[in-house]
Design a protein around this ligand. Structure first.
Ligand code: ZN
Length: 148
C-alpha cells in the first residue's frame, strides 16, 4: 500500500472518504453526497495545485485515468450526463470531480455547486443508486488496475 503524503491542514486529505482504488501517485475516492450518489474524486497524492505543474508523463497518466473513470462510471451507473470538473479554489490540491448527473437530481441541469435546488430529492431513485454505488468499488478498482 503506497504511503499517501496526507497533510493535516488539507480538507481533501483530512476528510475520511472510502478509497476505491489507488496507485503510487493517484487515488480515487467515493464522495457520495445526498442528492448526488454517483460522485467520485480522482486525487493526486502529491500536493500540487495546477495541471501544468505536472510533468508531461504525469499529465498523460492523469488523462488516461480520467477517461477510464468516466467510462467505468458511465457503464455501471448510466447517468444522463457526466460532469467532470477541477476547481481547487478552496483546496489547492489537484483533484478532479466526477459526478454522474441524472435529470431527476436536485439541481439538474444546473451545476452541482449551485445553491438553489430545482426539485425535491427523489429518495427511491437515490436509494437504488446508493446500493449500486456501495457495491461497485471492486468493479471500478479492477477496471483501473487493468490499465498500465
Ligand atoms: Zn491534500
Amino acid at each position: 500500500m503506497p504511503v499517501v503524503p496526507y497533510q493535516t491542514d488539507c480538507v481533501l486529505c483530512s476528510v475520511a472518504t472510502p478509497i476505491v482504488w489507488q496507485d503510487d501517485a493517484w487515488r480515487l475516492v467515493r464522495t457520495t453526497q445526498r442528492g448526488w450518489p454517483v460522485y467520485y474524486q480522482l486525487i493526486l497524492n502529491d500536493h500540487v495545485s495546477e495541471m501544468t505543474d505536472l510533468a508531461n508523463g504525469d499529465r498523460e497518466r492523469c488523462f488516461q485515468l480520467m477517461w477510464h473513470v468516466e467510462s467505468t462510471v458511465r457503464d455501471i451507473f448510466r447517468p444522463d450526463k457526466m460532469n467532470i470538473a477541477s476547481l481547487g479554489n478552496m483546496v489547492p490540491h489537484l483533484h478532479w470531480h466526477f459526478i454522474g448527473r441524472y435529470a431527476w437530481d436536485p439541481t439538474f441541469p444546473g451545476s452541482f455547486w449551485q445553491e438553489e435546488e430545482l426539485r425535491p430529492l427523489d429518495e427511491s431513485r437515490e436509494a437504488l443508486l446508493l446500493a449500486a454505488v456501495e457495491n461497485s468499488d471492486e468493479a471500478i478498482a479492477s477496471h483501473l488496475d487493468g490499465l498500465q
